[in-house]
Design a protein around this ligand. Structure first.
Ligand code: C5P
Length: 237
């Protein structure tokens, strides 16, 4: 798999995304992540607009509800033509299966069914917090692995995980099970609020199959140059 780095469009409105895109050549097709902030502000129209511009969309809304609600919600999201979307593995195998069923039902005939991946433990969750708040008393890594196996059992295409867990997940699932990792920082760049970060090269070596990068590109003085440098580092063998 040789996916472009996914750019997290963490902006409050469409105008700021338009301004951000002025730094890129007009016909450069990007893989972008639409999260809660921009989706709740602009609605589904933002996805249609990004697709019109020639970009692929990862819709990062992390659904977590009863299976029936997730199935119906996913059926609606499938109609937007996104490439990738997600749920929380903590919702359980039945909920993940329902999400997948919803995506299949909602995808227009002839169109590609979006890939569905599961969030394992959020990278902002520490082991101590997991013990205290979720009362999951295993190690964090065991919990992540367990959730990854549940996602595979449910028929999902992969998980969101920290690059530090990607290798183990690959060993316990399969080579082509998506390991999408945020917390990517080029060598020498600001870490911000991320705790466990990796360079693009090391993420690939650690077993990541897709990376999500936000601030190192969106806040850069030259976003396109930063994007190209990260892409090159990611694709380096
Ligand atoms: O700016 P930065 O590169 O840290 O952005 C990372 C993106 O990935 C943000 O949109 C953040 O919400 C998202 N993300 C994350 N950790 C997760 C899941 C998503 O950082 N576990």
């Amino acid at each position: 798999m040789n996916q472009r780095p996914i750019i997290a469009l963490d902006f409050p409105n469409k105008q700021e995304i338009e301004a951000f895109f002025t730094h890129f050549p007009q016909h450069e097709s990007l893989f972008v992540k639409v999260g809660m902030e921009i989706f709740y502000q602009e609605g589904p129209a933002i996805v249609a607009w990004l697709k019109d511009q020639g970009h692929d969309v990862f819709l990062d809304l992390k659904l977590h509800d009863i299976p029936n609600t997730v199935e119906r919600g996913m059926a609606r999201l499938a109609g937007l033509g996104v490439s990738l979307t997600n749920v929380h593995a903590a919702g359980g195998i039945d909920m993940m299966e329902a999400g997948l069923a919803g995506l299949h039902k909602g995808t227009p005939t002839g169109a590609r069914v979006p890939d569905l991946i599961a969030v394992t433990q959020l990278t902002s969750t520490s082991e101590a917090q997991m013990h205290r708040d979720q009362q999951i008393l295993t190690s964090l890594q065991d919990s992540v692995l367990h959730y990854a196996k549940c996602a595979q059992t449910a028929g999902l295409q992969g998980v969101v995980c920290s690059a530090h867990e990607a290798k183990k997940i690959k060993e316990h699932t399969s080579e082509n099970f998506i390991r999408l990792t945020p917390g990517i920082r080029p060598a020498g760049s600001a870490i911000g609020d991320q705790k466990r970060v990796m360079t693009p090269q090391n993420a690939r070596k650690a077993g990541a199959t897709m990376i999500v990068v936000g601030r190192p590109i969106t806040q850069a003085a030259s976003p396109y140059e930063s994007y190209l440098a990260i892409k090159e580092a990611w694709e380096e063998q």
